[in-house]
Write a protein that binds this ligand. Structure first.
Ligand SMILES: Nc1ncnc2c1ncn2[C@@H]1O[C@H](COP(=O)(O)OP(=O)(O)OP(=O)(O)O)[C@@H](O)[C@H]1O
Length: 290
C-alpha cells in the first residue's frame, strides 16, 4: 500500500506565504482537497508532484523523500495539471499512444494500454475522433487516461471537474470510485458537491493552512446542532441574512425557507437539520457554490 506524508511544508512566493506548515498523511483512497480560489491547492499539489520545491519541509512517499527519489517517484505518479492542454489535431487514441511512447512504453504495450484506458474512461467509441472536437468532459477524461498510462499508485488531479456538465460530473464520480480502490487519489476542487459523493476523506485548505481533515461525517460533526431550516417572511429575510451565514434559500408551497448557521435557533420557528458539506464550506470559507 502506498503512503504520502507531507511534513511541515511551507511555500513562499517572495514574501507571500502560499502554504504554511502543511502536515498530511495519505494512504489508499480518494482524498478531496477543498478550498476557495487562492487557498493554495495548486501549490500544494505541485509540491506533492515534485514539480515545485517547497521553501521548507518535505514530502515522503513510502517513507522516502520524493525529491531524492526522482524518476522512481515519477514512475509511481500520475498527474493531471489544472491547465491540461491537448493537441487538437490528434485523435484520442493517437494522443494517448504518443504520450505512452514518451513515457517509455514499447509500441505494442502503448497500443494495448491506450485501448484499456479508453475503455476505462468510456471513450472507446470516440477513439478515432480528433481532440479538437471533444467536449470539456471528454477532454478531462483523456487527461485522466494520460495520467494513468504508467499505472500510477499515486494519482494527483488538479481541478479535474472544471468545465464538466452535471452528467459528466456523475460519470466522473463513478470513475473516481473505481480508481480509488487500490491507489491514492488526491483531487482538488472548490466545488463542494464534487467531494461530497466521491471522496473518502476531505482536506480543508484555507489561506495555505490545513484547517481540517477527516471523512465527511467526521468533519460535519463540528456543525452538529448549528444548522437551521427557518421559515421566513420577506421582512425577516434581510435581517437574518445580515446576522447569520446562509447556505441556501428555498421556497416550498409558497413559504420561503432560509438555511442558517447559528449556535442557537435564530427564530422560534427554526428547525434543526443535519449539516452538509455546503454548510461546512460556508462555515469555514464564508462561501458556497450557490
Ligand atoms: N508563481 C507565483 N508567484 C506569486 N504568487 C503566486 C504564484 N503562484 C501562486 N501564487 C499565489 O499563491 C496563492 C495560492 O495559489 P494557488 O494557485 O496554489 O491556489 P489555488 O487554491 O489552487 O487557487 P485556484 O483554485 O484559483 O487555482 C494565490 O494567492 C496565488 O495568487
Amino acid at each position: 500500500m502506498v503512503t504520502l506524508q507531507v511534513e511541515r511544508v511551507s511555500k513562499l512566493y517572495g514574501g507571500f506565504v502560499a502554504l504554511q506548515e502543511v502536515e498530511l498523511e495519505l494512504g489508499c483512497g480518494v482524498y478531496g482537497l477543498l478550498g476557495p480560489n487562492g487557498a493554495g491547492k495548486t501549490t500544494l499539489m505541485r509540491v506533492m508532484t515534485d514539480l515545485l520545491a517547497p521553501s521548507r519541509g518535505r514530502v515522503l512517499c513510502n517513507g522516502r523523500d520524493i525529491h531524492a527519489m526522482g524518476a522512481d517517484y515519477r514512475d509511481l505518479l500520475g498527474y493531471l495539471p489544472q491547465d491540461f492542454g491537448v493537441y487538437p489535431n490528434f485523435t484520442a487514441e493517437g494522443f494517448l499512444c504518443y504520450i505512452a511512447r514518451l513515457k517509455g512504453l514499447g509500441r505494442a504495450a502503448a497500443r494495448q494500454k491506450t485501448a484499456e484506458l479508453l475503455e476505462l474512461v468510456g471513450l472507446s467509441d470516440r477513439r478515432k475522433r480528433r481532440l479538437g472536437g471533444f467536449s470539456g468532459g471528454e477532454r478531462q477524461r483523456v487527461g485522466i487516461a494520460q495520467a494513468l498510462l504508467n499505472e500510477p499508485q499515486v494519482l494527483i488531479l488538479d481541478e479535474p471537474t472544471a468545465g464538466l456538465d452535471p452528467q459528466e460530473r456523475i460519470r466522473f464520480r463513478g470513475l473516481l470510485n473505481r480508481l480509488g480502490k487500490d491507489r491514492l487519489v488526491l483531487l482538488s476542487t472548490h466545488i463542494v458537491s464534487d467531494v461530497e459523493s466521491a471522496a473518502d476523506q476531505v482536506i480543508l485548505l484555507r489561506r495555505g493552512q490545513v484547517i481540517g481533515q477527516g471523512t465527511p461525517t467526521e468533519l460535519l460533526r463540528q456543525l452538529e446542532g448549528k444548522v437551521w431550516n427557518v421559515p421566513v417572511t420577506a421582512q425577516e429575510q434581510e435581517a437574518l441574512a445580515a446576522r447569520y451565514p446562509c447556505s441556501n434559500v428555498s421556497r416550498v408551497d409558497g413559504v420561503t425557507y432560509m438555511r442558517l448557521i447559528a449556535d442557537a435557533p435564530p427564530t422560534g420557528r427554526a428547525e434543526g437539520v443535519p449539516a452538509n458539506l455546503e454548510d461546512l464550506s460556508l462555515y469555514h470559507f464564508g462561501q458556497t457554490d450557490r
